[in-house]
Write a protein that binds this ligand. Structure first.
Ligand SMILES: N[C@@H](CCC(=O)N[C@@H](CS)C(=O)NCC(=O)O)C(=O)O
Length: 221
């Protein structure tokens, strides 16, 4: 499989970490959504990352987009390869609903952090209202995730093994810290999330999928 996108993206990284943990090899094309937009457009007209090109086979060459949809497909492959119950998302019921919500909160927070980065680095003039709104949304999600982590006493969020919720919280927190250094001090306000982030970053799958944050977009309107 071919994974398109850079590891400074929390969305690309969550897919890369999951593929490593599932033992699914992939060719990485670290294309920038701005500098390499035309190359990405050959696979994905949205020119967004992550974009995953499946291997040859019954669905050979099929292109998947959106990290949650990509991970849903990888979960199905993991179940086929490793057996039932091996996906990094609870199969059904309350735990699945809760895990999906944690994933939605974390990806939503990452969306806001990306939006804030574009506001600061891509747009010529920041909208104070938009910046304040993003900051308030990010702070709100951090507090809700902190409270959720406090309710779950297990080693990882939903049990003894790492899952997609853990991974995306980890990649989103890392992005937030890298893209907006100094804005949110996790150890000060959200200590359980700080510990969670450190636990994730200590794993080889996270260490092997790192890239310093950069915005290579041309400044425009
Ligand atoms: N909801 C998407 C978000 C992906 C996303 O925002 N990717 C950014 C890079 S971090 C991107 O492609 N930005 C360029 C654009 O949106 O045009 C997902 O989960 O895959």
């Amino acid at each position: 499989m071919i994974l398109i996108g850079q590891f400074d993206s929390p969305f690309v990284r969550r897919v890369a970490v999951a593929m490593r943990l599932y033992g699914m090899p992939f060719e990485h094309r670290p294309w920038s959504v701005f500098a390499d937009a035309e190359k990405i457009a050959q696979y994905n007209p949205l020119m967004r990352a992550p974009t995953l090109v499946l291997d040859d086979g019954p669905n050979g060459g099929e292109v998947l987009i959106e990290s949650h949809a990509i991970l849903d497909a990888l979960d199905q492959m993991a179940i086929q390869k490793l057996g039932p119950g091996k996906a990094m998302m609870p199969a059904s019921g309350e735990l699945r609903r809760q895990a999906q919500k944690v994933c939605a909160l974390a990806t939503g927070m990452a969306d806001k952090a990306v939006s804030l980065a574009y506001e600061r680095h891509v747009h010529r003039r920041e909208s104070v209202h938009w910046v304040e709104r993003c900051l308030s949304q990010i702070a709100g999600v951090l507090s809700e995730l902190e409270a959720s982590r406090a309710r779950h006493k297990t080693e990882w969020w939903f049990g003894p093994s790492i899952g997609h919720a853990d991974i995306v919280v980890g990649t989103s927190l890392r992005f937030l810290g890298d893209a907006h250094a100094g804005l949110f001090d996790l150890s000060e306000g959200w200590p359980l999330l700080a510990a969670h982030a450190a636990g994730c970053e200590s794993l080889p799958a996270f260490r092997e999928t790192q890239q310093p944050f950069s915005v290579s977009a041309p400044a425009s309107a």
